[in-house]
Design a protein around this ligand. Structure first.
Ligand code: NAP
Ligand code: ZN
Length: 368
């Protein structure tokens, strides 16, 4: 029997911020965390990023295209914190380690995709950090909360060089853009466009710049021109300027679309060079459409690809964190308290955030 109180295996009730029903405002609540199993790590959460996916799911906006959200819903899959306890068989982490958890908390680890370190495409179906049901039947609840218990396979090590607050958004926004940039071999000499300068987009600019690509930001207005240069972009175009699409026709090897809404896909595809790819990570709530001629070509340019990409595997997420540690990269954040999260959602819907909201979890302990 272990007498260290941090290693006691009881389940715990912890503070959380929950949406009681679809589209409701988030409110202070509690959530049950499972007893520490032998392979589990207990993480005392310090910061949690706010992803646009949280906003979609609280609104149940993906219900028609992906499946309905379950309520009460505790969002949060950009989790940074400190190890508070470890199970008896945990070998890679110790109390006090700086760690993170992203979007995945379980996967089968046996299918061909898991064996290829692509747990995010698990053929049994990965378990999402929140708004999902774990393999044991328990609902999952995310990082808008003071503590979480996670199998050590899904726990990431945060390098000492990255402060925890700016590291949190790397666990979703960072890996979601890093994975396709690496898969499509973005590097020196490649011309890359990032569509939408939000949470994902600003990380894409920083990472593509660090990978030595030539980076262009495509944003809806002139407002983010200066920020874009500061983040590392080589050029900037407003997509509401009528000459932009004519000027940039057939000019990119790779377009990363981070926009959470429908776009004129034919217009964006026309910007790809021969064999270029437009990869979508943004997840609009409605199905989208495009003309097959935009891929096939035949008048000006062609042989283009349109693809999608889902977060990244655990090994690749650790690779990203280490890459960010070596290159001095973190997110540009606005720190908010737990009682400011509803306001942050409203601002995110207006694209009014520079460039990721992060919740200071210590504010749970302040009075409401
Ligand atoms: P965000 O911070 O709100 O950024 C989205 C950006 O898209 C905005 O800053 C804005 O940039 C642009 N935008 C917004 N509405 C637009 C519209 N109607 N038309 C054109 N552009 C618009 O959101 P995020 O957290 O980066 O997430 C973006 C999307 O990625 C969401 O749908 C989210 O669910 C999804 N996501 C996917 C994955 C994945 O694994 N595939 C992972 C995480 C998130 P400008 O002001 O520069 O135009
Ligand atoms: Zn996310």
């Amino acid at each position: 029997m272990n007498t260290d109180p941090r290693l006691r295996p009881e389940a715990s009730i912890v503070m959380a911020l929950a949406a009681p029903v679809a589209n409701a405002r988030l409110e202070r609540s509690t959530v049950l965390r499972r007893a520490l199993g032998p392979r589990d790590v207990r993480i005392d959460i310090v910061y949690t990023g706010i992803c646009h996916s949280d906003v979609h799911q609280v609104a149940d906006g993906w219900g028609d295209v992906w499946g309905r959200s379950s309520f009460p819903l505790v969002p949060g899959h950009e989790i940074a914190g400190v190890v508070g306890a470890v199970g008896a068989e945990v070998s890679r982490f110790a109390v006090g380690d700086r760690v993170g958890v992203g979007c995945i908390v379980a996967s089968c680890l046996q299918c061909e995709n898991c064996l290829a370190d692509q747990e995010q495409y698990c053929l049994r179906g990965m378990v999402w950090t929140y708004n999902d049901v774990d393999y044991d039947g328990a609902p999952t609840h995310g990082g808008y909360s003071t503590m979480i218990v996670v199998d050590e396979h899904y726990v990431l090590r945060i390098p000492d060089a990255i402060p925890l607050d700016v590291a949190a958004p790397l666990l979703c926004a960072g890996i979601t853009v890093y994975s396709p940039l690496k898969h499509w071999k973005v590097g020196p000499g490649k011309r890359v466009a990032v569509v939408g300068l939000g949470g994902l987009g600003h990380m894409a600019v920083k990472i593509a710049h660090a990978l030595e690509a030539h980076v262009t930001v495509l944003s809806r207005s002139e407002n983010k021109r200066e920020d874009s240069a500061r983040l590392g972009a080589d050029s900037f175009y407003s997509t509401s300027d009528p000459v932009t699409f004519a000027e940039l026709a057939n000019s990119f090897d790779f377009i990363l679309n981070t926009v959470a809404a429908n776009l004129d896909f034919d217009a964006y595809l026309s910007l790809l060079r021969l064999d270029g790819a437009m990869v979508n990570v943004g997840l609009p709530e409605e199905p989208v459409g495009f003309s097959m001629f935009s891929l096939v070509g035949g008048r000006k340019g062609g042989r283009r690809s349109l693809a999608g990409s889902n977060i990244g595997g655990i090994r690749e997420t650790q690779e990203l964190l280490d890459f960010c540690g070596r290159n001095g990269l973190g997110a540009d954040i606005e720190l908010v308290g737990v009682d400011e999260v509803n306001n942050a959602y409203e601002r995110m819907l207006r694209s009014d955030v520079q460039y990721r909201f992060v919740i200071d979890i210590a504010t749970f302990r302040a009075s409401a």
